[in-house]
Write a protein that binds this ligand. Structure first.
Ligand code: MG
Ligand code: ZN
Length: 223
C-alpha cells in the first residue's frame, strides 16, 4: 500500500527529468559532447548554494548553438516503460509533466515526446540561436522558506502546477531519483522514489521503486 498524505483523488503527476524519465543526464551528455565534464564535476562538488552551481554550469554552455543542445536531448533515450506509463496516465485523465532543474530547452523536447501537459525548468537565454550563458531560474524556495536553495524549488513548482489545475497539493504525485527531488517528493500527496541514487536519504515509510521500469509507478497510483 502506497503512503499518502491527505485524501482526495490524485490529479497531477510531476516527474523529474534526468535519471527519471530519461536514461541519463543531459548536462553530462553535453559535457561529453563539448568536453567540459571535469568542469561540471568540479562545480557539482563545490559547496556553494545549489542555485549558484546551476548558474556556473549554465555558463559552460555560453557560445554553444541551442540546436546542438536540442540534438543531444533528442538522442538521449527515455527510461524503460516511460512511453506506456504516460499513455496510461493520460487515459486515467491525469495532468502530467516535468519539473526539472535542467533547461526548458531539454524538458520541452522530452515533454513533447511523451505528450505531457506542463514543464517547469530553468531557461537558458538564447540570442540568434546561440546560448549566452545567462540562466533564468524559477527559484521559489525564498517564497516558501524551503531549505533546498535550488534553481528550481520543486516543491514550489509543484504547488504552482497544482494551483493551475485547481487541485490541492495533496492531489499531486511527485516522482524523482535524487536529492534535488526531496522537497517535492516529501510534500506531494504521493511521493515516489524511482531508482534513487545511493546518496538520497530515503525515509523508512517512503515509497521506493528499485527498478528501471517506469510502469511500476502505476501500481502505487492505483492502490
Ligand atoms: Mg534526477
Ligand atoms: Zn524546495
Amino acid at each position: 500500500m502506497a503512503q499518502r498524505r491527505g485524501k482526495g483523488a490524485l490529479k497531477i503527476v510531476a516527474f523529474d527529468m534526468d535519471g527519471t524519465i530519461i536514461d541519463g543526464r543531459v548536462i553530462y551528455a553535453l559535457g561529453q559532447k563539448f568536453g567540459f565534464t571535469s568542469e561540471i564535476r568540479k562545480i557539482t562538488k563545490s559547496s556553494r548554494f545549489p542555485y549558484l552551481r546551476s548558474e556556473r554550469i549554465a555558463r559552460l554552455l555560453s557560445g554553444r548553438q541551442a540546436s546542438e543542445v536540442a540534438a543531444t536531448v533528442e538522442k538521449t533515450p527515455l527510461t524503460k516503460g516511460s512511453i506506456q506509463t504516460m499513455r496510461k496516465l493520460k487515459e486515467m485523465k491525469f495532468k502530467i509533466g516535468v519539473i526539472s532543474d535542467s533547461y526548458t530547452l531539454a524538458t520541452e523536447i522530452v515533454a513533447r515526446k511523451l505528450d505531457m501537459d506542463f514543464t517547469i525548468a530553468n531557461r537558458l537565454e538564447v540570442k540568434n540561436g546561440v546560448i549566452t550563458g545567462v540562466l533564468r531560474m524559477p527559484m521559489g524556495w525564498e517564497k516558501i522558506d524551503c531549505s533546498c536553495n535550488q534553481s528550481v524549488c520543486k516543491r514550489y513548482a509543484l504547488a504552482r502546477v497544482a494551483r493551475r489545475y485547481h487541485a490541492d497539493l495533496s492531489q499531486s504525485v511527485a516522482v524523482g531519483d535524487s536529492s534535488s527531488d526531496l522537497c517535492m517528493i516529501r510534500n506531494a500527496g504521493l511521493g515516489i522514489w524511482f531508482n534513487p541514487s545511493e546518496s538520497v536519504p530515503i525515509g523508512k515509510r517512503e515509497n521506493v521503486i528499485r527498478s528501471g521500469d517506469m510502469r511500476l509507478i502505476l501500481k502505487h497510483l492505483m492502490s
